[in-house]
Each structure stands twice: as structure tokens, then as C-alpha cells.
Design a protein around this ligand. Sequence first.
Ligand SMILES: [Zn+2]
Ligand SMILES: [Zn+2]
Length: 202
Amino acid sequence: MSFKRTRCPHCKAKLEAGQRIHPECIDGYADAQAAKAERAQAKAALMAAKVEKAETKRRLRELAPLRDFIRDAQHAFNAWVRARDEGLPCISCGTLNPPSLSTGGAWDAGHFLSRGAHPEKRFMEDNCHRQCKGCNGGSAKNPAKAKTVSQRYETELLNRIGAARLEAVKAPTPVRKWTRDELTAIRDTYRAKTKELERGKP
Ligand SMILES: [Zn+2]
Ligand SMILES: [Zn+2]
């Protein structure tokens, strides 16, 4: 059984016996085929670009996230510190009503030994206390102020937790790398602890 073309592939009108395409349709047909191939190619390129974009996004998620996990755990921890110390004055300057300096309220959770110098103490409860934004912020640019803030912090910290716990804060802490699972657990624990504190409020 042989296939016999009866219609022109370009204009779809009937062909005469022995014809495979109308002579006047040859150019138009060739152009149309070329355009079709070009569209197919463009579509394939678009699909490839989409696949590549998704792959890049996936790789970035895999590469970047530990930092995101640390950030989320720190947010939850700091929120709990502020909740725990509600009603207490700023650990450095003693103010009870600090001005709201920027968005996010007037209070920070300030680390006695900074997260930058002592990342291993970033989730140590005794190392972090509610501090006014004025004391916590900007001291990096002002070493004299930082020193005063830190000295006052230490004096009040000693009052609050006593010498033994203060020594424990200052003692070397093993440097550690938290896993994503551990950071998620820290985040969830402090979210729960904050909720508990809020439930206990009058
Ligand atoms: Zn034709
Ligand atoms: Zn203060």
C-alpha cells in the first residue's frame, strides 16, 4: 500500500496527478516550514531556560539555608529573651521606657558576649538580656560607648544571675555548628516558651 498525496501540503487544495506540491506553493511551504522549526527551537530554548532556572533555585536553597535556619532560631530566641525580661529595665542603662528608635519597638535582645565574637554563645540564655536599642545599637561605631555599655551590662548581669553563672557565661564554650534540624528545634522550643510566657501574663 503506497501513500498517494492528493492535496498540496501548503494550500491544502487538490493536486493534479503526479504532483507533490503546487509549484507556486514551494516557496511559501519552505518559509512556513522554516518558521515552524524556528518556533520549535525557541520553545525548546525557553523550556531549557525554565529547567535551568528551577535547578539554580534548588541549588541556592541547598547552599544558602543554614544561615536562614540560624536567623530563624535567633529570632525566636531573642523574642523569648525580651518576653522573659519584660518589666525589667535595660540591662545596661536601667531605663524602663526607652524611646522607640526605629521599627521593631524600643527593645532588643542584647548579647553580653557578642554573637560576632562568640557565635557559640548565641543561644546561651544567661548571655542575652533585654536591652534598649540605644544601648544595643550603634556601639560598634563608638568604642568608648561600647565599653561603658558592656561594663554596665556586666555589673547588672552580676546582680541578676550571680557570680557563678556569670563565670559560666565567660568560660570558654566549645565552638559548635548546629545542624538544620537542631536549629529548627531551637526555633520551635523558644517559640513555645514565648507562647507559654504570654499565656501566663495577667
Ligand atoms: Zn498549493
Ligand atoms: Zn539601655
